[in-house]
Design a protein around this ligand. Structure first.
Ligand code: HEC
Length: 192
């Protein structure tokens, strides 16, 4: 017996409807390999840039934990939600990319000027995968040299999250150092 055309397509229609109702999912930006390691996000330099902490060796007894610039980016969909609600939605990815110091003097004066990329870290908010972590953030390091690795395993809470929980201003994110996020955050009364 031949089923009416719409009925034959029902499973597909249901899957599409469920995906639309579920809203943006974590997989919009985060991808994992078969072993469960996070794959390095590709286009993060086109995401929303939020700020650059700078910790030169000179100011840290000759040996900063992460010498140089730390450029921080957030995925655009989550930035848009943050601007509306003042919260980081499930699926948020934030990247911290390390850049070395190439010189201390240039035509614009004495200072610190960016050199080469030297490492990459990522945090991903995913209530399904990281329900045991503060704020449901999983932490990943893709290495401290260039080229960085293609995949990274999730870190243990004590390795990364504990310091963030103790010292960061907002949901374990160091918004106190990210002027772009502070400027985007809605007033408490206007949060959607
Ligand atoms: C001793 C404290 C400390 C530890 C441990 C730590 N971080 Fe952070 N992290 C910071 C600070 C401070 C910042 C703010 C930006 C900066 O100074 O670079 C930050 C920023 C970040 C950011 C940018 C988003 C945000 O939350 O502000 C990511 C991503 C990140 N860290 C990943 C990691 C990963 C991965 C690990 C573990 C391998 C780790 N961190 C361990 C202190 C820490």
């Amino acid at each position: 017996m031949r089923l009416p055309r719409l009925l034959r397509r029902a499973p597909l229609v249901l899957v599409v409807a469920a995906a639309i109702l579920a809203g943006p999912s974590v997989t919009a930006t985060a991808r994992f390999d078969e072993q469960g390691a996070l794959m390095r996000p590709k286009a993060y330099r086109e995401w929303v840039y939020v700020g650059t902490p700078l910790t030169p060796n000179e100011l840290n007894d000759g040996e900063a934990a992460f010498p140089g610039f730390h450029n921080v980016y957030i995925d655009p969909q989550s930035f848009a939600r943050y601007r509306q609600t003042g919260r980081f939605p499930d699926g948020t990815m934030i990247v911290r990319e390390f850049v070395g110091i190439s010189s201390r003097e240039g035509p614009s004066g004495k200072g610190y000027f960016m050199g080469e990329y030297t490492g990459l870290q990522v945090k991903l908010k995913d209530a399904g995968r990281f329900s045991y972590e503060p704020g449901n953030w999983g932490y990943f390091s893709f290495g401290r040299r260039s080229p960085v690795s293609q995949t990274a395993e999730v870190r243990r809470t004590g390795e990364c999250a504990a310091c963030h929980l103790a010292a960061a201003d907002e949901d374990t994110v160091f918004t106190q150092y990210y002027p772009v996020l502070r400027a985007a955050r809605p007033e408490p009364g206007k949060r959607g």
